[in-house]
Write a protein that binds this ligand. Sequence first.
Ligand code: C5P
Length: 223
Amino acid sequence: MKYKSIAVDGPSGAGKSTMAKKLARALGFLYVDTGAIYRTLGLFALRQGISPEDEAAVAKLLPMVSIRLDYGEDWVQKMYLNGEDVTDAIRTPEVSTAASQISAIPGVRDFLMDMQRDLAKQGNVIMDGRDIGTVVLPDADVKIFLTASAEDRARRRFEELAARGSRTDYETVLADIRERDHRDSTRSAAPLRQAEDALLVDTTGNSMEESFEVLLQTVREKL
Ligand code: C5P
């Protein structure tokens, strides 16, 4: 049986995971957050005292790592690093940077490719990331490119971090978003870009609620 897949790509903080989770719930699809997979590997490098930019050192690390993704009864995605639940530990700004750096290494992207494709073979999925519509699932039934201005994305990310008790300030979050945007879109391996057949959704100035209703309607028509 051929399952349906929806690819959601876009820059950091555009609301991909919020939007994809809501769509998944409305459609009864499994939500897969691929950024969490890169984050788990980034965390492993940091813990091993290895620079996530050191290609040779990271290559040596890959045979030592087991990354597993699991869903509990609530269908919330959990990440396991060598058996340890790191679902919360991967959400720090340090791990965000490490994930962005490690994901620029072509060998890392190849290493994680099968895992992502296999997930899409197990059921109807909505997968979010940077290269889902362009590389991981080029035949996805629906492709969405979700974006917003860097300022809007930084504001949302800042509010999210503040709600979790982080003491970071808005300017730092904005600088971090700009740096990640630059790295994600200029890397040679699978850079962030809109697939030709992707639907562009720009949420700048809109609430997620407004954008969600329009998107759900469009997705239903395409499936
Ligand atoms: O989506 P999230 O911000 O959690 O992703 C963390 C980092 O992982 C991103 O900055 C990006 O560099 C990388 N990533 C990627 N390809 C994906 C998902 C995430 O390169 N499909």
